[in-house]
Structure formats: C-alpha cells, structure tokens
Design a protein around this ligand. Structure first.
Ligand code: SPD
Length: 342
C-alpha cells in the first residue's frame, strides 16, 4: 500500500525527469544533407528508443519555405546562423530549456553568445565552416587566389559552385568591394553583370555534394563548403583549399526547435546527445567541418586538426551573413533570371 502511494509515484517522477522522452516515441528531424551521419542517429535510437525520421534539405531557403508553409511537423531543424536570426525575429523558434542541455558546457567559448542569438536562448551551434575555392592542382597550373581567378573564360565548363543564390551574389559583392549584409537595389544592379558572366562559365550547381563533380573529374575547380573541401583533401592532396582573397563567408549552422514542434522533450534529448564529445567526434569524422565542441576537438587526431579546410591556419578574416530582410527574395530572383538566360 505504502509502496503504491509513495514510492512508485516518486520513482515515476524521477524517471520522467532523467528520461523525459520514452521508447516508442518518434522525432522528426529536418537537417542539411551530407551533415548528420545516419550512424549517429541510429546510436541515439539505440540508447533512447526514440525513432528519428530524418528529412534533408540543401539550402536555408528550402528549410524556411517548408517551415513557413507548415509542411511537415518538424521537432528539430538545423538552420544557418543568419536564417536562425530570421526565424527568431519571426517567432518561428521555441526557447530552449537549458536545464535539459547539460552538454552545452562542451562548446568552445567563442561559439557561445553569437550575434544571431546573443543569449543562446534558441540555438545551439552544430558545426561551423567557410566557403572557399577547391582547385585540382593536377589540372590547374595557374595561380588561383580569389573568385576573379576562378570565373574566367579559361575555366568555362570546368567549374562547380554551390546552388545557393545568397552565396553566389555575396562572392560577386566581395569582388566589387560592396558590403555583403547591406543589400540594396543599387548594389544588386552593380553585381548583376558580374553574376551574369559567371553563370555562363559554370558547369555544375550543387549544394548537396559539390565534391562529386571534382572527384569524378567533371570539373577542375569549385567554390564549395569547407567540409566538402576537407573530404577532397583527405581523398587526395591534389585538391587544395584556398580562402578567396576578396572575402571569405563563414557560417555557423545551429540546432533549433520550431515553435510548432510536437516532441520538444525528444528534440532536447537529441541536441544534448549531439553535444556529447564521443558523438560529436563521429560527426567530425564523417563530415569534417570546424567543430565548435571543444571537448570533441580534444578527441580528434592531429591529422584531422591539420586539415586546412576544416581548421584554416592563421587567423584569416571571415565574414558572417546576417538577415537582409526582403533583399533575400531579390537575390533569389536575380540568380533565377540569370541562370535561365544563360
Ligand atoms: N552539407 C552541409 C552543408 C552545410 C552548409 N551550411 C552553410 C550554409 C551557409 N549559407
């Protein structure tokens, strides 16, 4: 009698606190392609019993449009810093319960209090990286220092770039010495002819796996995510990564819980799991971006830490994107127009 009235409820309460999401539950994860190893998600399911339904996207625009259109009911998403900024402003994210994220302590101090979410109320850094140039040095003998060296007639149909309008326009803005986060009709008019010339030279637009065209030898040079460049470097040292002289975009992709999430407890559990050093190390092994988890970095090999695409030597100047409001749609339109006219 006593057991039922006092002990059992107490035990149940304890279980609920330490293990808020239970076996049989499901979690809907919407994340970047080529970023979260399936083995990591399987490990999470094995430990918690929570099944992860994983859908992927290749651009922040795709994530935003699906979320705003109410398509799918996602419990955990992975926007880039500047897109999280938009989502926080539009009240699309749920505040985090930091008490459920003890592994936040593993993050390096420079990845806390980022501009897009200064108090860390809504987002948790997942991976960071840069966008830069990869050159197949067996096929390209001319020196490549910046975007202007890539987008030349000599490389017509030998170039792969990200299928990401904001990136493409930003590279052109860097070359024109325009501020990348203050996009106006005038600045877009300035870069339009530059981008128009560039798109005629590009053979492949691919944000999912731009490394593939370089590995296959379909192209000789690319402007790609640093993690893709790091994989190429691991594959063959002939693939050199170059931070563009005119300006280098840096991103921090984060984990966040949509305001509409149905299973916020499980989402917190997965975030905390991904912050575990042993788990985060597995992510770095498969997708070698810059790991913001200081404790996980201690577990990486000297070779992993010496990959110049994952951890660029020196202290290069990097520039982060910010919310540019309605100009984002103008950029999309401009690139769509120019691509269809080529
Ligand atoms: N395959 C994972 C790519 C992640 C890139 N995210 C950064 C986007 C910045 N525009």
């Amino acid at each position: 009698m006593k057991l039922t009235r006092f002990l059992l409820p107490a035990l149940l309460a304890l279980f609920t606190v330490t293990n808020p999401a239970r076996a049989g539950e499901e979690l809907n994860l919407f994340g970047w392609s080529e970023y979260i190893p399936q083995g990591v998600l399987d490990g999470f399911t094995k430990e918690t019993g929570i099944k992860v339904n994983f859908e992927t996207y290749a651009s922040n625009e795709e994530l935003l449009s699906k979320l705003v259109a109410g398509g799918g009911s996602y419990d955990l998403i992975q926007p880039s810093d500047y897109t999280a900024e938009v989502m926080i402003r539009q009240k699309l994210l749920s505040p985090l319960d930091l008490a459920q994220l003890p592994n936040l302590k593993n993050l390096a101090p420079e990845f806390r209090h980022l501009d897009h979410d200064p108090d860390g109320r809504y987002t948790v850094p997942y991976m960071s990286g840069t966008v830069g140039i990869v050159v197949n040095t067996e096929r390209v003998k001319t020196p490549i220092k910046g975007y202007r060296d890539v987008f030349t007639p000599a490389f017509k149909d030998r170039i792969v770039v990200l299928a990401d309008p904001r990136e493409l326009v930003t590279w052109a803005m860097f070359t024109e010495k325009l501020p990348i986060n203050h996009v106006t009709p005038e600045s877009l008019a300035r870069v339009r002819p530059v981008v128009a010339e560039w798109v005629k030279l590009i053979k492949v637009f691919d944000s999912d796996s731009p490394k593939t065209a370089l590995l296959n030898g379909d192209v000789d040079v690319g402007v790609v995510w640093s993690g893709e460049a790091a994989i190429l470097w691991n594959e063959n040292r002939k693939f050199q990564y170059i931070l563009p002289a005119e300006g280098v975009p840096q991103f921090v992709d984060v984990l966040a819980i949509p305001a509409t999430a149905q299973n916020k407890a499980a989402a917190h559990q997965l975030i905390n799991y991904l912050l575990r050093p042993d788990v985060s190390r597995q992510i770095s092994a498969a997708f070698p971006y810059t790991n913001p988890n200081a404790e996980a970095r201690k577990l990486l090999t000297p070779e992993q830490l010496a990959n110049p695409a994952s951890y660029p030597p020196g202290h290069p100047k990097l520039t982060t994107f910010h919310d540019i409001g309605k100009a984002a749609a103008d950029i999309d339109r401009l690139v769509t127009d120019l691509k269809s006219a080529r």
